[in-house]
Design a protein around this ligand. Structure first.
Ligand code: BTN
Length: 326
């Protein structure tokens, strides 16, 4: 019922919906409507109530409503089942716990309004306040374990392209899979693969996008490194519509990658790469390498030129030395 009420408020936004209309369309009493509204307010939803007008969900584009998402997203395989919580520790962690207890099909999505222990690559944390998108997709690709990392590159380019089209503002990639806007990080992907020997059993692809976040929402240590779609464009974006678009595009590119291979995405990846032909520093975990980024190869490795020699790098973190606008 909570979801159905939120859906009606969201559709009516920015108008109010009267208690009588809600009661009638939901087949419940006006007292029951009032009780549900009270519970929603207690749960943290910003609902305005005005005599003679009814109820309005303020900041409606900030609220994820699974039933609304399902109506806007039509992929046959992805998004079913859809697990949703207003808050969870980490959607990747939740997905992995589900996988340990239930037979979860490919395309299942685990979604949260906020995360209390969001995880990033290389053991980092991922700040996840309300206003961002935090979801994990369960995938069962027929791929060798070694090629699973290519999937994260493809998902990164799919994200960047999808977001760029949605917000109509340039989005790029920092190798391997950071989504960048104006030279700052706006999103990331955490791919956790599981399998035995060479065979991949499943992948949890966790995606985090800073959507309607502002300076005060970021922890101090990432200020100056992070941005959001709202900061770049100067306006908020509807989370449900954005997520529906993003899932649609991720699904299309995922199946196309399985069908055609990484080679099909290589040129597009390079086109979106923010540091191609730029000087960069890569922290490989074993040391720092500084050079000019020359290319990305078919294995997804970075090729950096250092003192005239081309060095392939397969894992690490890129630091931009300077950011040049196009
Ligand atoms: C990175 O370090 O760039 C990757 C960040 C990935 C964050 C997402 S948010 C949804 C999913 N759940 C997590 O705990 N992490 C990923």
């Amino acid at each position: 019922m909570k979801d159905r009420i939120l859906e009606r408020l969201r559709i009516a936004y920015p108008d109010f919906v009267s208690g009588a209309d809600l009661a009638q369309s939901l087949g419940i009493s006006r007292v029951a409507v009032w009780k549900h509204m009270d519970a929603l307010k207690q749960a943290g939803y910003d609902i305005a109530a005005q005599k003679g007008k009814g109820y309005r969900l303020n900041d409606a584009e900030q609220v994820l409503i699974p039933s609304l998402l399902k109506k806007r997203f039509h992929h046959t395989q992805w998004g079913t089942p859809l697990y949703y919580a207003e808050r969870t520790e980490s959607t990747n962690l939740w997905a992995r716990r589900l996988l340990a207890t239930e037979p979860i099909p490919e395309g299942a999505v685990v979604l949260a309004g906020m995360q209390t222990g969001g995880r990033g690559r290389l053991g980092r944390t991922w700040s996840s306040p309300q206003g961002g998108l935090y979801f994990s997709i369960i995938l069962r690709p027929t791929l060798d374990l070694q090629r699973a990392s290519l999937l994260s590159l493809v998902l990164a380019v799919a994200c960047a392209q999808s977001l760029e089209r949605f917000i109509n503002y340039p989005c790029k990639i920092k190798w391997p899979n950071d989504v960048m806007i104006d030279g700052l990080k706006a999103g990331g992907i955490l791919l956790e693969a599981s399998g035995e020997m060479d065979r991949l059993d499943h992948v949890v692809a966790g995606v985090g996008i800073n959507v309607n976040l502002f300076r005060q929402d970021f922890p101090e240590d990432i200020l100056g490194l992070a941005t959001s779609l709202a900061m770049a464009t100067g306006r908020n974006h509807d989370l449900n519509t954005l997520l529906a678009h993003l899932l649609e595009d991720l699904a299309r590119d995922y199946y196309q990658f399985l069908d055609k291979g990484f080679e099909y995405y290589l040129e597009l990846y390079k086109e979106y790469c923010v540091h191609l032909f730029q000087p960069i520093i890569v922290n490989t975990g074993k040391g720092r390498i500084e050079g000019i980024h020359k290319d990305v190869d078919v294995n997804g490795s970075l090729l950096i030129e250092v003192n005239g020699e081309s060095i392939p790098i397969s894992t690490g973190d890129v630091q931009l030395i300077h950011y040049q606008e196009e």
